[in-house]
Design a protein around this ligand. Structure first.
Ligand code: EPZ
Length: 438
């Protein structure tokens, strides 16, 4: 049985929505508990598939996990001894599992990690992760789809210069360097808030790190880490997704617990479209009041590393441009193949042409419902926005992608007035739907 969404045309939306904890802040912080010696507590943890998968991974590493889903709190007792294996069935589900490499090598001196594959947004190489580990002195052997690695004695501090900014690569290098001998300098480090939050948690446990949020991070290795108790920041991409919804469908919504301090580039672009928003720009986390009662204007946007416009918002802002006035130019500079959603938008009646890493979106007056497929988390969310603004009924397949990173997504949307229902369909029924659609 497969889960699909049935989404009907929604003329307007109204109401409140609360932003959940950030998926991309939660995953590395959960994995960082492997470095600690005592129980760690993490608050505001979103109940999403990728967190479930990470908990599975921690259990496989010998950790004890107590997840109070109602209170959104996870308590983790790190393992005394750890098998340091990240198996195929887990890594193939979630490529962020590769972040166990740093802790395995830093604390346990050995690792056997299944090589994460690509996904719909590109090949997703991990060469920069491996470069960082070998610079720190790990022996790396990649064969038969596995990364086999070991450390003689202890990782040694060094200078790691990333040729391009990588969020996961920076996080893995930090997770490896915190227990290395000596000092590590990471140059051209990623500056995303999810890197900063990981450093704050490690520092609470006794790590000596400075420079997070800048492109140079300095880490002085320590002998051991105690524990941390942190609260996960709200998800800036989920907040941006609801801004995208408000830019796609007329109405008035209130987005609570939005991490305004991490959304400057997102807010700027929706303002350029003409979306009416009210919020206190001096509040780190606050409420955004959004109103739309007219056709918005198309824009030009290029994805960049933080603090630039996030690649994860690219499908979302494209959804908002489908019926905007004029032509929008959307450039994807981070991933090689992050336009898989374009064909699905075209099936809904959008007018989009793609040339290399640039999509030209000519605003249309109307979209019409169709059978469409989610290819990844953000494309799936963007398709929900487009289907809700399309006339008639749409069927969105592969919604498990969305459940990986959006907590209670259809419930939050339904409370705003979106006509959405999740149902189970047999594979043969899906085939029929796909045939209608194609
Ligand atoms: C993180 O992925 C996020 N995932 C992604 O969010 C996000 O899109 C991405 O950062 C960029 O912001 C998590 O945090 C779990 P990268 P990551 O390493 O770390 C290339 C979502 O929707 N690269 O910053 O894997 C890579 O191919 C997900 O939540 C190498 O070439 O991204 C890409 O072109 C989707 N070699 C660029 O760098 C490497 O070893 C940036 O990737 C690593 C990356």
């Amino acid at each position: 049985m497969e889960k699909i969404y049935i989404i009907e045309h929604t003329p307007s939306i109204f109401g409140n929505v609360k932003v959940s904890g950030s998926k991309n802040a939660t995953l590395p912080i959960l994995i960082a508990t492997l470095l600690c010696n005592e129980k760690c507590i993490i608050d505001n943890v979103p109940e999403i598939e990728d967190v479930k998968t990470t908990v599975e991974l921690l259990l496989a590493c010998g950790a004890k996990v107590n997840w109070n889903k109602k209170e959104k709190i996870i308590e983790i007792d790190p393992p005394q001894d750890c098998p340091t294996i990240a198996p195929y069935k887990i890594v193939s589900k979630m490529r962020a599992s590769i972040l166990v490499l740093g802790p395995f090598l830093s604390k346990y001196k050995r690792a056997l990690v299944y090589l994460p594959g690509g996904c719909s947004i590109g090949p997703r190489p991990i060469n920069l992760h491996l470069m960082a580990m070998s610079k720190l002195g790990a022996e790396i052997d990649v064969n038969h789809g596995y990364i086999k690695s070991q450390v003689k004695d202890r990782l040694k501090g060094t200078t790691i210069t990333f040729p391009k900014k990588t969020v996961g690569g920076t996080q893995n290098a930090i997770l490896a360097a915190v227990l290395a001998k000596g000092t590590t300098i990471i140059e051209n480090a990623a500056q995303e808030p999810e890197v900063v939050e990981l450093v704050k948690a490690l520092r609470q446990a006794g790590a000596k790190i400075e420079g997070e949020g800048t492109s140079v991070i300095k880490i002085k290795g320590v002998d051991e880490l105690s524990s941390f108790h942190v609260k996960i920041i709200p998800d800036r991409i989920e907040a941006g997704t609801f801004l995208g919804l408000a830019a796609t469908i007329d109405g008035e919504i209130t987005i609570k617990d939005a991490p305004i301090c991490h959304m400057e580039s997102i807010l700027k672009k929706f303002k350029e479209m003409g979306l009416e928003m009210k919020y206190d720009e001096y509040e780190d986390i606050g409420t955004i009041y959004v109103k739309k009662n007219k056709r918005l204007k198309g824009i030009e946007v290029s994805t960049e590393e933080y603090p630039g416009f996030p690649t994860d918002m690219q499908p979302i802002v494209m959804a908002a441009c489908l019926k905007a006035e004029g032509c929008s130019v959307i450039r994807e500079n981070i991933f090689d193949n992050r336009f898989v959603h374009v064909n699905e938008f075209i099936r809904l009646g959008a007018n989009i042409s793609v040339e290399k890493n640039t999509a030209l979106v000519h605003g249309v007056k109307k979209l019409t419902g169709a059978v469409v497929e989610a290819s990844d988390l953000r494309a799936g969310a963007a398709l929900v926005l487009a289907c809700a603004s399309a006339e008639g009924k749409s069927y969105l397949l592969n919604v498990e992608h969305i459940e990986r990173g959006y907590e209670n997504f259809e419930q939050k949307l339904a409370l705003l007035g979106i006509k959405i229902e999740k149902i189970l369909k047999k594979e043969e029924e899906l085939e029929k739907l796909r045939k209608i659609g194609k």
